[in-house]
Design a protein around this ligand. Structure first.
Ligand code: AMP
Ligand code: GLY
Length: 426
């Protein structure tokens, strides 16, 4: 069979790395992809927001399964569009319907969904520009700062503000409702701040049954010690030591099962990944957010730790036979450290030649993210450039391999955090 993966980041490279190893898969296409060149994989230059063009690629290359990497096409309804094509009825689409993608596409929807299904999450209220004054009064009812303000819609990871002073929170609220995030900020969710340690849980579901993928922890801030601006993610580790069996049991019972049952009860078609951002508040799990896709850079460690073939589980979603294709995780540890462009997540320059990536081994793989092919060099072309990933019997061993490969990689302005995984090693 032929598989098409939509997207161009490290996440899509990691999905392609795993999927292309399946004996069931003949050819893996990535659209549009990056400069990463995995065996058995080929890029197709197409804009994934152009659903008609994607459908044409599927026809032209006899694609049997499409895996949607990022959230935007899902929230815009790519699954519904492809499902509606009469000649593509046999296509396996890994990614929820537009209705299902609302779990990520609207924070207000997600919060109400959790309330309807008694899923533990921070208390919230949603405001619009007409209720700005009520919002300011509501902020005062929070027991203590910081104040958590979230643009309702997709805002490329920049829509969440955590603010210490009441005056600044009011000003930010005014800006958001005044159009700072465009339509995404037409509604603003105010949430109670939860204090704890976060981790990422990934669930593969056919809308009825589910299987858990390995857990991961990502590192969102640009600076060491979790300081500075938020980024798309600076590194990840898997497994997550503090997510022990007792914690996971609570997560499944209180969060995963009611989420899947809730989607089913509401008649929402969901065949794909649910990414549940969790926070552990003194041993009790709460949902920070849902995403309708895999995480980046979590996928770069999760794919390394899935035992055996992922493809049968993906194919089973359409048939509704996921119960006989549950995923199992490897015992070893995995780490990924993201090398970014100097200046990221603020302004940065790109187009610099990259050297020293070297060859992948059985225990380390460099997933390309923001790279493109130049005349005689791979060039930087994005904020997050490479996800340098490795496995080991211990987390320290995996990390040592990631950092060893990083020490050979050079491009102007390269930056990466040197403390990935240190907090969970303590
Ligand atoms: P989100 O896009 O909803 O994941 O939010 C981005 C980040 O903001 C999360 O990963 C958390 O670190 C933080 N965050 C979001 N909501 C809360 C909350 N209610 N309490 C504390 N931190 C939060
Ligand atoms: N690593 C967080 C995300 O993919 O949203």
């Amino acid at each position: 069979m032929n598989v098409l993966i939509l997207g161009s980041g490290g996440r899509e490279q990691a999905l392609a790395w795993k999927i292309s190893r399946s004996p069931l898969v003949q050819k893996t296409y990535i659209a549009p992809g990056n400069a990463g060149q995995l065996p058995g994989c080929e890029n197709i230059a197409v804009s994934i927001s152009d659903f008609g063009a994607v459908a044409d690629v599927i026809r032209k290359h006899a694609i049997d399964m499409v895996v949607v990497g990022p959230e935007a096409p899902l929230v815009d309804g790519i699954t519904d569009y492809l499902s509606a094509q009469e000649d593509l009825k046999a296509l396996h689409i890994i990614g929820p319907s537009k209705a299902g993608a609302q779990l990520e596409g609207s924070k207000d929807f997600a919060k109400d969904f959790m309330a309807r299904h008694n899923i533990p999450t921070a208390k919230h209220r949603t405001f619009i520009s007409a209720t700005l004054e009520e919002a300011k009064a509501y902020l005062l009812t929070e027991e203590r700062p910081p104040y958590v303000l979230k643009a309702d819609g997709l805002a490329a990871g920049k829509g969440v503000l955590i603010i210490d002073s009441y005056e600044e929170a009011c000003a930010a609220m005014e800006e958001m409702l005044g159009g700072k995030f465009g339509d995404a900020g037409n509604r603003v969710v105010v949430e109670t701040f939860l204090s704890g340690i976060e981790c990422s849980l990934f669930v593969l579901t056919d809308g009825h049954d589910y299987t858990l993928l390995p857990m991961a922890k990502d590192y969102k801030r640009i600076g060491e010690g979790d300081t500075g601006l938020n980024t798309g993610g600076m590194g990840a580790v898997s497994p997550v030591p503090f997510a022990d069996e007792a914690f996971l049991k609570k997560v499944e019972e209180r969060i995963v099962v009611p989420t899947i049952k809730g989607l089913e009860a509401e008649g929402i078609d969901y065949k794909g990944f649910v990414f549940i951002g969790l926070i552990n508040v003194q041993g009790e799990p709460y949902v920070i957010e849902y995403n309708c896709r895999m995480g980046d850079p979590e996928t770069e460690v999760v794919m390394l730790r899935i035992k055996g073939d992922l493809v049968p589980a993906l194919l089973s979603l359409k048939e509704g036979t996921l119960h006989s294709h549950k995923l199992v995780e490897e015992d070893f540890h995995a780490s990924t450290v993201v090398a970014v462009s100097g200046g990221y997540p603020e302004d940065f320059k790109k187009g610099f030649p990259i050297s020293g990536i070297g060859a992948d081994t059985d225990t380390s793989v460099v997933f390309h993210a923001g790279t493109k092919t130049g005349d005689d060099h791979v060039l930087t072309s994005g904020g997050r450039v490479l996800a340098v990933s490795a496995i080991g019997d211990t987390l320290s061993e995996a990390l040592a391999k990631s950092y060893e490969r990083l020490s050979c990689i050079h491009y102007e302005g390269i930056y990466y955090r040197r403390d990935i995984g240190q907090d969970v090693l303590k």
